[in-house]
Design a protein around this ligand. Sequence first.
Ligand SMILES: Nc1nc2c(ncn2[C@@H]2O[C@H](COP(=O)(O)OP(=O)(O)OP(=O)(O)O)[C@@H](O)[C@H]2O)c(=O)[nH]1
Ligand SMILES: [Mg+2]
Length: 471
Amino acid sequence: MRFSDQDTIYAPCSPPGQSLAAIVRLSGGEALAAADRIFTPTDGKPLREATGGDVMRGKLSLPFSTRLPCPALACVMRAPASFTREDVVEFHVPGGAPIIRALCRALAAQGLRPAEGGEFTLRAFLHGRIDLGQAEAVERIVCANSEDERRAAVSRLSHQLTKSIGDWRARLLELSALVEASLDFDEEEFAADRREEMLFSLRKIAGDCRELAAKSGGGVVGKGARGALAGLTNAGKSSLLNRLCGYEAALVSPEKSTTRDLLEREIVLGRQQVTIADLPGFDLGDDIATGLSRRTGTQLQTFGVVCLVADCADENSFEELRGMFSCLRGAVVIPVLNKVDLLPEPEKLFQAKQMLSDLIAAETGNTPARIIELSAVTGEGLDSLRHEIEAAIVATLSTTSSGSLSAREAAELAVAATACTQAAVLLENGHGLELVAEELRAAYEAMSLATGQGYAEDILENIFSRFCIGK
Ligand SMILES: Nc1nc2c(ncn2[C@@H]2O[C@H](COP(=O)(O)OP(=O)(O)OP(=O)(O)O)[C@@H](O)[C@H]2O)c(=O)[nH]1
Ligand SMILES: [Mg+2]
């Protein structure tokens, strides 16, 4: 381990910056004694005598130049009834960097060590309070970009998945014991009914593992979703970005090629936090293979959702959009007809929709289900665009993440499933029981790694280094 779990540690565990209140957390054998030396409770009862679950009012003596005491609340949790299963004290103090700095200095002067990122959660794991998947879920809750991601991470924090894997491990252990015990006897005596029972169990475990692992779909849990506004120059992409943001994020002008660089902004759509990018317009009078259009094309390929914005009053431009489709492979395309305020005649608008629809059908092989008509100037149709982007983002997220398994857990479960299937094949084809035992051991080991029993240090290092300080 890169740091000792014998030290008593401390860290601010509320976000940096100005706030009404901030929290500094201490954990370890010396937490109560150290806290006691700098905290004077209002009711005179020493902090080290707190029984646990106590919240005490008092004052902190901090190394300020003024020597004025700082009002604070001390929350005491006694081992093992705390998150880390150690003695924990949390000081709630008025927010503000000088106070937190002074408190941290006072704690360091008491011989306590600043916590590394994720160290509180690491201790919870090392002391058996949570398993590895639950530790990862803590990080995913902290980093969640949307309500759906947060809920998925919270559900992983529950014990259900750990219990399923625990049940499979227990069953594998029974099967291993059965096979190992039979190794010393004539293999012919490994009765047929046992063989059948074992085959059934192995296939069931392999199937269940595979199903669960497949749900993670590569485990991009926690990554924010990105959508792009793309189209020809002057289609109104920057005007749309400003509308979606609700403020003037991008420069808008009647000149062509106003936007020269990709501009990204975070917005909230329904329950999703989404990054929306405004891209430079394609100028296909230029050569798409050169200059700005080429760079934009490369950038466009990194987006899963693309709003293809066209100026409905400039139907001659539709044909030029054709050149963009090579950059849209694999993306969900939302066709948008902007500037409907300039086209009051319904027949002309209908015609424009038909042309855009035909173009998309020809280029992608799919007629678009819907074309959004809107005006960035009047705001008409913007809600439809918001819904459409949100739906597309939710769809891409749900195909890329189950929200409950991390990529690491899914990979271990896939290994376990393969080993179980291999064991079943060997058994069925009458191969030696030693080989079956070997596969069972591999499956058991992979499942242990999935939940962190029998963890390897580099796995821990990898997981906990992603945490921020104070978690
Ligand atoms: N009438 C009308 N004008 C619009 C609408 N949307 C944008 N415009 C105008 O069209 C011009 C170009 O708008 P931008 O938002 O800069 O277009 P863009 O697609 O970002 O252009 P580039 O960055 O140059 O590629 C500006 O004069 C806008 O005011 C709309 O819905 N209706
Ligand atoms: Mg622009």
